[in-house]
Design a protein around this ligand. Structure first.
Ligand SMILES: [Zn+2]
Length: 271
């Protein structure tokens, strides 16, 4: 009950709308504990420092192909990583409690750190969600003994309303840099543009838009991230990606339009 006392002490919950419940899916217990999620303070790191942190963490964990095993990274940080029935619109959540075990987890498992992802997640959503929650862990936990946060799908209307918008944006940046390495991303993007016959002086016509969004999907499969994640990566300020944008000036506009189209459901993909 320590955790509940702690929760009440925090004048929760300005974000009741994010409050979700979770319960183990394997039937080990029947308890379903209601958790009220709390806002996380923004990190004092700027975006450059966040990228440096994510890059240094990536080089410390085993690679899978061009990128990293994000679940292994979570486990190395003592997280249980599990699928849960989350509230509609919630893609993933994090609970860290160094004061008491999290209820409802099977015995013998790590019970003080949990990353959960929605039952309806596909592999790209799952990977992005775990990376996002690790972003909260690395960027926003600080010395706090207890944090919990529930995170809507990126681009969802609720997400843009969120009071912790900055913290969520920081967690998204962390996940993109961790899981879509800048050099591999830039190299693959150039190769795919070449293969599609799109040259540097292209003026971003509708035809180019369609071919480029297919590249976002193909790179999404390669990195096991959503095409929306790939399009957003185009606008990040890693040196290699800045160089890519200078070389292909039309790319940023197409990427931004694509993200808007996905968020307004004009493109009905798996994001
Ligand atoms: Zn979040």
């Amino acid at each position: 009950m320590k955790r509940n006392r702690h929760a009440q002490g925090h004048a929760l919950d300005s974000r009741d709308r994010y409050a979700g419940s979770y319960g183990p899916m394997n039937g080990a217990h029947n308890t379903t504990e209601k958790v009220k999620f709390m806002a996380l303070a923004d990190s004092t790191l700027n975006n450059t420092e966040i990228r440096e942190l994510a890059n240094s963490i990536r080089t410390s964990v085993p690679p899978i192909g061009d990128t990293v095993d994000v679940t292994a990274l979570a486990v190395a940080n003592e997280f249980s990583v599990r699928q849960f029935r989350t509230k509609p619109g919630i893609q993933s959540f994090i609970i860290v409690d160094d004061t008491a075990p999290i209820k409802g987890l099977p015995e013998g498992e790590i019970t003080h750190r949990l990353i959960g992802y929605s039952l309806i997640s596909n592999s790209a959503d799952r990977r992005g969600g775990i990376g996002h929650e690790l972003g909260h862990f690395y960027l926003h936990k600080g010395n706090l003994p207890v944090i919990y946060d529930a995170c809507p799908s990126p681009g969802a209307a609720k997400y843009t309303d969120a009071k912790d918008e900055t913290a969520n944006d920081q967690a998204e940046l962390f996940a993109r840099v961790l899981l879509i390495p800048a050099k591999e991303f830039s190299d693959r993007m150039k190769a795919e543009l070449n293969m599609a016959g799109i040259n540097e002086a292209d003026n971003g016509t509708n035809h180019t838009y369609i071919k480029t969004t297919k590249i976002f999907q193909s790179l999404g499969q390669r990195f096991v991230m959503t095409p929306r994640n790939i399009a957003q990566r185009v606008s990040d300020d890693d040196p290699e990606i800045k160089t890519l944008r200078l070389q292909y000036p039309f790319l940023k506009g197409i990427a931004e339009t694509y993200v808007q189209d996905v968020d307004s459901n004009r493109i009905d993909t798996n994001r």
